[in-house]
Design a protein around this ligand. Structure first.
Ligand SMILES: Nc1ncnc2c1ncn2[C@@H]1O[C@H](COP(=O)(O)OP(=O)(O)OP(=O)(O)O)[C@@H](O)[C@H]1O
Length: 234
């Protein structure tokens, strides 16, 4: 299987400007390679930098050093040095992201929220709506909710809307930040099925899963985070 994502020597230190400039080195020369059809689960104690690494892979955090090579339209692009316009194109066409919490936009219906990533790729509305409906059904979001904005939904319902949105575009790289965190066993199993289907079609997946049973189901391998370095004051 071909490599889709390669992290080289990635470093990230947070500087707490409002707290006497304390420096928190979180990632130190981290490396990672993920192939098509592989699910790599980030492993390490709380505070070891799992979310920091995952967010860096979506260009939400800017690393201080290192490279994040992404296979985008048959080309290797370094996300760390890519201009903003290219980062947006990579997010639209190549990297799917499921965060822990849905960012709710007032007055936008659930169906529309889920369809958006596929609409952004230029797919026609009826195909998008059909695919969104089938994902929402799979994730047990009742049809009577589809026309409503998800702002009033329960935590678990919002998370399932978020998951449907993250999986709709069949991205070649998928980043999953605790997608099953607020779900019951039935819905967790539905998410595990989506992850397995994504692997089968050749997605390269990186995820954080605190639920041990889910982690064991989906992980091809664990990526152990390097120990966090000591807090350093300037
Ligand atoms: N935006 C930020 N600003 C400052 N420090 C941050 C920021 N994000 C994370 N950190 C710090 O970086 C360290 C690693 O945090 P991170 O959330 O990546 O860990 P984690 O392994 O995902 O933890 P958990 O399993 O508890 O979610 C922590 O000490 C945290 O306080």
């Amino acid at each position: 299987m071909t490599t889709q994502l390669r992290v080289e020597q990635l470093s990230k230190t947070f500087v707490l400007h409002h707290q006497h400039g304390v420096k928190l080195p979180v990632l130190h020369q981290a490396s990672l390679e993920v192939k098509a059809g592989e699910c790599v689960v980030l492993d390490g104690h709380s505070g070891s930098g799992k979310s920091t690494l995952l967010r860096s892979l979506y260009a939400n955090y800017q690393p201080d050093a290192g490279r994040i090579w992404v296979k985008h339209r048959d080309e290797w692009i370094d996300l760390v040095s890519a201009p903003a316009r290219q980062v947006l194109a990579i997010r639209r066409d190549t990297i799917g992201w499921v965060s822990q919490f849905l960012r709710v936009i007032p007055r936008v219906s659930t169906l529309e929220v889920v369809m958006q990533p596929l609409l952004d790729r230029g797919v026609d509305r009826s195909t998008c709506a059909e695919r969104a409906g089938s994902l929402l059904t799979h994730l047990n979001v009742p049809e009577r909710l589809w026309s409503l904005a998800p702002s009033t939904f329960s935590g678990g319902e919002q998370q399932r809307v978020n998951i449907a949105r993250g999986f709709i575009a069949d991205s070649s790289i998928l980043l999953l930040d605790e997608p099953t965190a607020s779900l019951d066993a039935v819905n967790s199993a539905a998410v595990v099925q989506l992850i397995e289907a994504a692997r089968q079609r050749g997605a390269a997946i990186v995820g954080i899963f605190h639920d041990k049973a889910v982690r064991e189901r989906v992980a091809d391998r664990l990526h152990t985070m390097d120990p966090v370095m000591q807090e350093v004051r300037v």
